[in-house]
Ligand binder design. Structure first.
Ligand SMILES: Cc1cc2nc3c(=O)[nH]c(=O)nc-3n(C[C@H](O)[C@H](O)[C@H](O)COP(=O)(O)OP(=O)(O)OC[C@H]3O[C@@H](n4cnc5c(N)ncnc54)[C@H](O)[C@@H]3O)c2cc1C
Length: 469
């Protein structure tokens, strides 16, 4: 019997993998394949923490497949060429895969569906709802979240998840595979040198156990989700990004057994993910182009030093620095702090949002072409349904409100850990005696603020007024 190639993309799981189960249902031998191809203008960057995660996730996937009498074939290189080689070597009769949505991925899928000699069959699963499905009454795609969310809830009951296959029929001949250990010496040591591995469990098992951990606290999600000092959010974004868990599995698990504000608030966030993909499909060039054309000629600052200080978490604003250092150490940042740090870069430092988005792309494990870009445009005020540019987060009051005891700051900015709560968000207001006692030497052990908040706020508003004229 001719085999089917199952091509994994960002669906590195067995549970609720519709494409995989459809392939298995044919009763034909299955060849699970992953082709690592960064040349196809992939959003994933070589040597990044995101790539480190991917390699670990692939190892986990291979382990799970081996329990089903199968294994993962790993190859690198031009996807089209490699795929054609595998098809030829195995005499495969079709390629099955889960949908993807970026412009460059769609282009590649079109090329593949035309150039392969066998059917290239696409199945849904990365999103809860296909972006083209939800339309306004006038037939256009949604640009504003709230009506999108309403339409989403009205349009569908989220279906039951499909089980993981119990066994995969092996092909008579396996194609050659590569050793993942040889793939990239740059990412191999990330867990050893940066300690990032202690925070995370890449792979499907890690994803499912994270969902269970979150299920124990989700009832308070609506209250705790804005508090970076608490473990109040799901931390599922990375698992969702790599498709180690389906959004449907998350939805069904959290929706049951009862609804309350915490659970509803979480489900709403999952719909933000859908909304970001809906925007990406409407604005395929949104990574580089502001959705609001007013921002095309925004006079962004050319200075590079403030950007570098922001990247390293050395702005002198404790909440901003804590977030940027969490990003460096953990490859992840709490949503509230993502908003504050992004706003600080764009509005306090007048730095182009694209430079911030690039930095997040290189440092976030969950770096996602839709959510990262849409969120940066949202904060900058140039997105389709954006927070207006004149809404400028105050990093001090945000800190006082969402990290009231400064525990988040103390965790990520340890040089401030001895400061009393009263000064943790504004060390520059502390009397000399308090600073001395706390071992804080402003300008030496911790920087003075790189810009004055009031001044920066007014400057940003003035620039906005100018471009609006
Ligand atoms: C400047 C900026 C950049 C961002 N970049 C990314 C990114 O690259 N990848 C990414 O997945 N998210 C991004 N987000 C959205 C959000 O910050 C993260 O999804 C969230 O912090 C992940 O943590 P969590 O899984 O604990 O989230 P939870 O609060 O538990 O939310 C559950 C899930 O909902 C989705 N979600 C939540 N908020 C959003 C949102 N605003 N937009 C889209 N989906 C959302 C995520 O998949 C998340 O895992 C960004 C936000 C900002 C402000």
């Amino acid at each position: 019997m001719k085999p089917i190639i199952f091509l994994f993309y960002r669906d590195l799981r067995l549970l609720d993998n519709i494409a995989l189960i459809r392939a298995v249902e044919t009763g034909k031998p299955i060849i699970p394949v992953y082709i690592h191809d960064l040349s196809a203008s992939s959003y994933l960057l070589e040597g990044s923490v995101s790539e480190w995660w991917l390699f670990n996730s692939l190892r986990e996937l291979d382990k799970s497949l081996r329990k089903l009498n199968s294994k993962l074939i790993l190859r690198r290189g031009n996807r089209e060429k490699v795929l054609k080689n595998i098809i030829k070597a195995t005499d495969a009769e079709a390629v099955y895969f889960s949908s993807r949505y970026c412009g460059f991925e769609n282009t590649e899928d079109e090329v593949l569906s035309k150039s392969l000699d066998v059917p290239y069959r696409r199945f849904k699963g990365y999103l809860l709802s296909e972006p083209e499905k939800l339309r306004t009454k006038s037939g256009t795609a949604y640009k504003v979240f709230t009506p999108f969310y309403k339409a989403f809830l009205e349009a569908q009951e989220i279906a039951e998840i499909v089980p993981a296959p119990k066994m995969l029929v092996s092909p008579r001949n396996w194609p050659e595979t590569e050793d993942i250990e040889s793939w990239n010496s740059k990412t191999r040591n990330i867990d050893i040198y940066d300690g990032i591995g202690v925070f995370w469990s890449p792979g499907e098992i890690g994803a499912l156990s994270r969902l269970e951990i979150f299920n124990d606290v989700v009832d308070n999600y609506n209250i705790d989700r804005d508090r970076p000092d608490l473990d109040g959010t799901s931390m599922l974004s990375v698992h969702l990004h790599f498709g180690e868990i389906s959004p449907r599995t998350c939805w069904r698990r959290i929706q049951k057994p009862h609804q309350n504000e915490g659970r509803s608030a979480f489900l709403r966030e999952l719909v933000w993910r859908e909304f970001s993909y809906n925007l990406l499909c409407q604005y395929p060039d949104m990574e580089t182009q502001p959705m609001q054309k007013l921002f095309l000629h925004f006079p962004w600052s050319e200075k590079t030093e403030p950007l570098e200080l922001w990247k390293q978490g050395m702005t002198g604003y404790p909440l901003v620095d804590a977030g940027m250092r969490q990003l460096l150490k953990k490859g992840w940042m709490h949503n509230r702090v993502r908003m504050v740090t992004a706003s600080f870069l764009i509005k306090h430092l007048l730095t182009d949002w694209r430079l911030g988005a690039d930095w997040f792309r290189s440092r976030l494990i969950d770096a996602d072409p839709a959510s990262n870009t849409a969120s940066w445009q949202w904060v900058a005020g140039c997105g389709a349904d954006a927070s207006p540019f004149f809404r400028i987060f105050n990093p001090i009051t945000q800190g006082k409100r969402f990290d009231p005891k400064g525990n988040y700051i103390r965790n990520w900015v340890p040089e401030l850990k001895n400061l009393p709560n009263k000064y943790i968000h504004e060390p520059w207001l502390a009397p000399e005696s308090v600073l001395d006692k706390s071992d804080v030497f402003l300008g030496v052990s911790y920087p003075h603020p790189i810009v004055d908040h009031k001044f920066a706020r007014q400057r940003a508003l003035d620039v906005l007024a100018k471009i609006k004229r």
